[in-house]
Design a protein around this ligand. Structure first.
Ligand code: NZQ
Ligand code: ZN
Length: 388
């Protein structure tokens, strides 16, 4: 049964290979001072920077540059961004990049005018925003996180060995996002497949929970099928527009709250993956792929019916003549061979995880109870060991 919920999504999207043409119109809605936030320089190499700067200049904007947002943005970088935003009293933060840049822009938007330490307030104490919020717009260049249409903002504190996501509300979500699939053509293959697995796992995290016959789960199955299909094409030909555009659109819908509506959700793969990220600074999607198979095999007996459905509906396995357990295992085996086919990391060792980190990773893992099995700390230790 579909539970009760409210739903709204305030982000306006512009999708397609001419989407940047709408930037000028959007910019008219904000004041003169724009903070231009981006990553380590990919946008300068592929020309996106020039296109964006031209649109800003054409609209007469005063631009304050904020480059150097690293993958898995750090709390130190957040403090630096807050300084730039506050000192210049910017009217808009325009984030050009992947999830890291967009997440960071949202974190700056709520933190610049925050009187307290934003890490303590939003990440350790998980408090709501009660100060001025600077609007954010995004231009997406790397697909995976869904940050372009959600309120998530994940920040890493290396000193405290913590990587934590705060999901902010509608008022922090990007006001607009520009989605041009061609912008993703230059993403390195490692990042592209990490992003693809990130999309897939976002869907799994919302699918493998509850036993309800609800629209959200049917939507999740359709999205998974689209991701599997498009990924097989994109790994062979990264410039296949149809595949890259379907991946982009699926990523947005995988994590813009829609498929979580009316049901419980899990998120434990992400919790373990984030703890691994805090210790290794590894690529987000790969931290998920490395722990997924041990995790799902571990929880499978507790949600057998859903794993059978996954085998049948997502992987087209003929399960009628199989026992439930065999059918469920066949689904996970199909997922494993797809993961090998696209080339994601299947061992946490490859990400730099060593035996002596396991206890710390288990301590840094938040334990939720939305999935089929509420994990204990010992079970996290077991799963991380198996992932090595
Ligand atoms: O920094 P630059 O030079 O731009 O290079 C980036 C970076 O090295 C590169 N890249 C991006 N677009 C490119 C490109 N290179 C060439 N051409 C392009 N068009 O790709 C690398 C990875 O970028 P990044 O933004 O770090 O990746 P991703 O989009 O996977 O974001 C990861 C962050 O998002 C968080 C993760 O934890 C991680 O911190 N997440 C955010 C979520 C949310 N907002 O809801 C949910 C996710 O589960 C995730 O936790
Ligand atoms: Zn993710």
């Amino acid at each position: 049964m579909l539970g009760n919920f409210s739903y709204s999504n305030p982000t306006r999207l512009y999708f397609g290979d001419d989407a940047i043409a709408f930037l000028g119109e959007e910019l008219k809605n904000y004041g003169k001072k724009v903070m231009l936030t981006y990553g380590g320089g990919s946008i300068k190499k592929n020309g996106i920077y020039d296109e964006v700067l031209k649109a800003l200049k054409d609209e007469g904007k005063e631009v304050f540059e904020d480059p150097g947002v690293m993958s898995n943005p750090t709390v130190q970088k957040l403090y630096e961004g807050c300084r730039i935003a506050k000192e210049n009293d910017v009217d808009l933060i325009l984030a050009v990049g992947g999830g890291s840049t967009i997440d960071y822009a949202k974190a700056v938007s709520v933190s610049a005018w925050c009187e307290e330490d934003p890490w303590d307030k939003y990440y350790l104490r998980m408090e709501d925003v009660d100060n001025r919020i600077i609007p954010v717009g995004s231009i997406l260049t790397m697909v995976g996180t869904g940050s372009e249409m959600n309120g998530g903002a994940v920040i890493t504190n290396h000193e405290q060995k913590k990587k934590i996501g705060h999901v902010f509300g509608d008022n922090v979500m990007p006001k607009f996002s520009i989605l041009n699939p061609k912008y993703t053509y230059t993403v390195p293959k490692y990042q592209m497949v990490a992003g693809i697995y990130d999309i897939f796992n976002h869907i799994c995290e919302q699918y493998f929970s509850g036993d309800d016959d609800n629209t959200s789960d049917y939507l999740a199955e359709a999205l998974m099928k689209s991701v599997i299909h498009a990924s097989r094409i994109a790994v062979k030909n990264p410039e296949d527009y149809e595949a890259r555009s379907n991946l982009m659109w699926s990523a947005t819908w995988a994590l813009n709250t829609l498929i979580a509506k009316g049901k419980s959700t899990d998120w434990e793969v992400h919790m373990i993956g984030q703890a691994i990220g805090a210790y290794t600074d590894a690529t987000h999607g790969m931290t998920l792929s490395a722990v997924s198979l041990p995790y799902y095999r571990h929880i499978m007996p507790y949600g057998l019916h859903k794993f059978v459905r996954f085998a049948k509906e997502v992987w087209d396995i003929r399960t009628e003549d199989m026992g439930e357990r065999d059918a469920a295992e066949a689904g996970l085996a199909a997922m494993e061979s797809w993961m090998k086919e696209i080339g994601v990391v299947l061992s946490a060792k490859e990400l730099g995880v060593t035996e002596d980190m396991i206890d710390g990773i288990a301590d840094a893992t938040f334990l939720f109870d939305g999935g089929y099995k509420a994990l204990t700390r010992d079970e996290v230790v077991e799963i991380v060991k198996e992932s090595l």
